[in-house]
Write a new protein. Sequence first.
Length: 162
Amino acid sequence: MSTIACGVDGSAQARHAAIVARSLAERLGARLILVYVRPTPPLIGAESVVAGARSVYQRSAELARLEAQGAFERLAPDITPAHADCDLRLGQPAAELAAAATDCGAEFLVVGTRGRGTWRSAVLGSVSVAVTHLAPCPVIVVPDRDDAEMHSRPHGTAAERE
């Protein structure tokens, strides 16, 4: 059975991506795996790793479970546990999404985009762009609905543009 992985983070954009992923999975008869990644900062300094890594990791894991549960619940009623399996990861989102796609042997990885624009994405980074470079499979980037609608609307008649 083929598998489709989809990154979710609780945002409206991720919800749109999950709906596209579910539709694709249904059409292909594929298994759908929703992947939530809680970003974690890299640990700095050996002393901090030894002294507090275990408690920091446990707190991060607990918070991640709560955040993931909320993100998965915000997908309902469009996506329910009957539609998909859920995977929770800690780390850098693009790398972890690519790793999840590798681990489950995904044929496609579906992600949403925040539509931050070229400048903000260049400065802040873009998970959707980064994952296209890291994923072991084709990546489907679902645009933000507002952006997609804006770009698909006609820009007025010829007379209005003149």
